[in-house]
Write a protein that binds this ligand. Structure first.
Ligand SMILES: Nc1ncnc2c1ncn2[C@@H]1O[C@H](COP(=O)(O)OP(=O)(O)O)[C@@H](O)[C@H]1O
Ligand SMILES: [Mg+2]
Length: 405
C-alpha cells in the first residue's frame, strides 16, 4: 500500500494549536488538501486553553505553532507532551537549529519549518503515528525480541563507529549469538570501511521499499563480516536517492530484532527523527563522549533532550572514550559537569587508528590489547545487564513447547 493510501485511511483527530487565527486556517486548508484523512480538526490558542482542549478532545496528533515569544510556545509544548508523549509536532517560521533543539527538549517529536508542504506534513504525521504504534507494540512484545544497542554521541571523531563495530564483534565473540550491525548514517557511512566490507546493497537501496517488510527482505540487504556479524551498511557515497523514512527504519530494526539476538546501531551525531525512532526501540542507548570541552558541552544538551523525550536514565548509558592521548578534563570532572554517572570508560589505544585504517578490528587483530579486553568486557557487561535474555530464551522455549502440543 502506498504511503498516501495509508495516511488516507487513518481517520484522525487532529488538534491545531496556534494563537494566530489566520495561520490556523492556512494550516487547516493545507491538511484538508493533503492525503491525511481527518475525522476532526480542532483549533485553539496556546497555553492553558491548549491543555484543556487536548484533554477534552483526546487528539491522535497535536500540531503546535512555535513562534516568538518562545517561552509561551515551549511551555505549551511541554504541557501537551506530558499529556500526549511522542505525539506533538511543532511547526515554525524559525529555522535556526537552536530553536529546534529547544522545542525538542520541551517534548516536541518533530519540528517542521515553514512554508509547510502537504506531502511533508502527511509523511511527518505518518511517522509520528507509526512511532507511537511501535512503542505500544514494543511494550507488549519486548520480551520476545533481541536487544537493540544504539551508539550515539554529539560530535564526529569521538569513537562512535569504533565502538559500534567493536561492540558488535565483541558481542558475537562473547555470546556466540546472532549479531546485526546497522550504520544509520544517511550518507557517507563508515561502518563498511572500518570492517573492510564492500557491500552489494546498502540502506540507500532500501528507500523505495514498501512498509510491509519481512525479515527475509531485510536479510537480503545484509553483508557478512568474518566475525559472523551481519552488517546493514550505509551508502559510502553522497546519494540523492533519499533515505528510508523514520517509519521504515523502525520496521527494519524491528525485523532485525526478530532474527538477531543483538542489533547494534551506529547512530548519528544529530538527534534526527530517524535516530529518535530508533532510540524508542533501543534497549540501551550508549551515549559516547570524549573529554573535549565541546563534546562534554554537547553531551549535556543530548542528556537534556533525551530526558525530555521520555528516555529514562537507566536506559541511557554514558560512555567516556579517549580517542586522543591528552584529555582536557579528568573523567571525574566530566561526570560532575554532566551530573550523570559514567557507565564505562574506553582507554586510549595508540594503534587504534592504524588498525582502523586497515579495515581491521582491534578485537580480532589484537585480542589481548587493553582496548580489546575493555570492549569484550563491555560486551559481557551490557548483554548481562538484565535478566531479559534468560526470560527471552524461556519464553521462546515455552513457545516451542506450546506449539508442539
Ligand atoms: N579509544 C581510542 N583510542 C585511540 N583512537 C581511537 C579511540 N577511539 C576512536 N579512535 C580513533 O578516532 C577516530 C575517530 O573514530 P570514529 O569511531 O570514526 O568516530 P565517530 O564515529 O564518532 O566519528 C578513528 O581514527 C579511531 O580509530
Ligand atoms: Mg562514525
Amino acid at each position: 500500500m502506498s504511503i498516501e493510501l495509508r495516511v488516507m485511511n487513518l481517520g484522525l483527530k487532529l488538534l491545531l494549536v496556534d494563537d494566530r487565527l489566520e495561520e490556523r486556517s492556512t494550516l487547516r486548508r493545507l491538511i484538508e488538501s493533503s492525503e491525511i484523512n481527518v475525522t476532526a480538526i480542532e483549533e485553539c490558542g496556546a497555553g492553558i486553553e491548549a491543555h484543556s482542549v487536548a484533554q477534552e478532545l483526546g487528539p491522535d496528533i497535536i500540531l503546535v505553532a512555535f513562534e516568538e515569544p518562545i517561552a509561551r510556545s515551549l511551555k505549551t509544548i511541554e504541557n501537551l507532551a506530558n499529556l500526549k508523549p511522542g505525539l506533538v509536532v511543532a511547526y515554525s517560521s524559525l529555522s535556526d537549529t537552536e530553536y529546534l533543539r529547544r522545542a525538542m527538549r520541551s517534548g516536541a517529536r518533530e519540528y517542521l519549518v515553514k512554508p509547510l508542504k502537504a506531502r511533508e506534513l502527511a509523511q511527518t504525521i505518518l511517522d509520528v503515528l507509526e512511532g507511537d504504534r511501535r512503542r505500544q507494540a514494543l511494550a507488549e512484545t519486548e520480551a520476545l525480541q533481541g536487544d537493540v544497542y544504539t551508539i550515539i554521541g554529539p560530535k564526529g571523531g569521538i569513537g562512535k563507529t569504533t565502538l559500534a563495530t567493536s561492540l558488535a564483534i565483541g558481542l558475537a565473540s562473547e555470546t556466540k549469538q546472532r549479531v546485526a550491525l546497522v550504520d544509520l548514517a544517511s550518507q557517507l557511512g563508515d561502518v563498511a570501511m572500518m570492517m573492510d566490507i564492500v557491500p552489494e546493497r546498502t540502506m540507500a537501496d532500501m528507500g523505495n521499499l514498501t512498509r510491509l517488510l519481512e525479515p527475509e527482505i531485510v536479510e537480503s540487504f545484509l553483508s557478512s563480516h568474518s566475525s559472523g556479524v551481519k552488517v546493514l551498511a550505509a551508502s559510502t557515497e553522497v546519494n540523492h536517492n533519499g533515505f528510508p523514512s523514520p517509519g521504515l527504519i523502525s520496521q527494519i530494526v524491528e525485523c532485525l530484532t526478530k532474527s538477531y539476538d543483538y542489533v547494534v546501531i551506529d547512530g548519528d551525531q544529530l538527534l534526527t527523527p530517524t535516530l529518535l525512532a530508533v532510540l524508542e526501540m533501543s534497549t540501551i542507548i550508549v551515549l559516547v563522549t570524549s573529554t573535549e570541552i565541546t563534546s562534554i558541552k554537547n553531551t549535556k544538551v543530548f542528556l537534556e533532550i533525551l530526558r525530555s523525550q521520555g528516555f529514562s536514565d537507566d536506559k541511557v548509558k554514558l560512555v567516556v572514550n579517549y580517542p586522543h592521548q591528552n584529555h582536557a578534563i579528568p573523567p571525574g570532572e566530566a561526570s560532575k559537569v554532566l551530573q550523570y554517572p559514567i557507565f564505562w570508560k574506553i582507554p586510549f589505544d595508540n594503534t587504534c587508528t592504524q588498525t582502523t585504517n586497515m579495515g581491521q578490528s582491534f578485537i580480532l587483530a589484537r585480542p589481548k590489547a587493553k582496548i580489546s579486553q575493555n570492549i569484550l568486557q563491555l560486551a559481557r557487561s551490557i548483554s548481562g545487564l538484565h535478566t531479559k535474555k534468560a526470560s527471552h530464551m524461556l519464553n521462546a522455549l515455552v513457545g516451542r513447547l506450546g506449539s508442539r502440543r
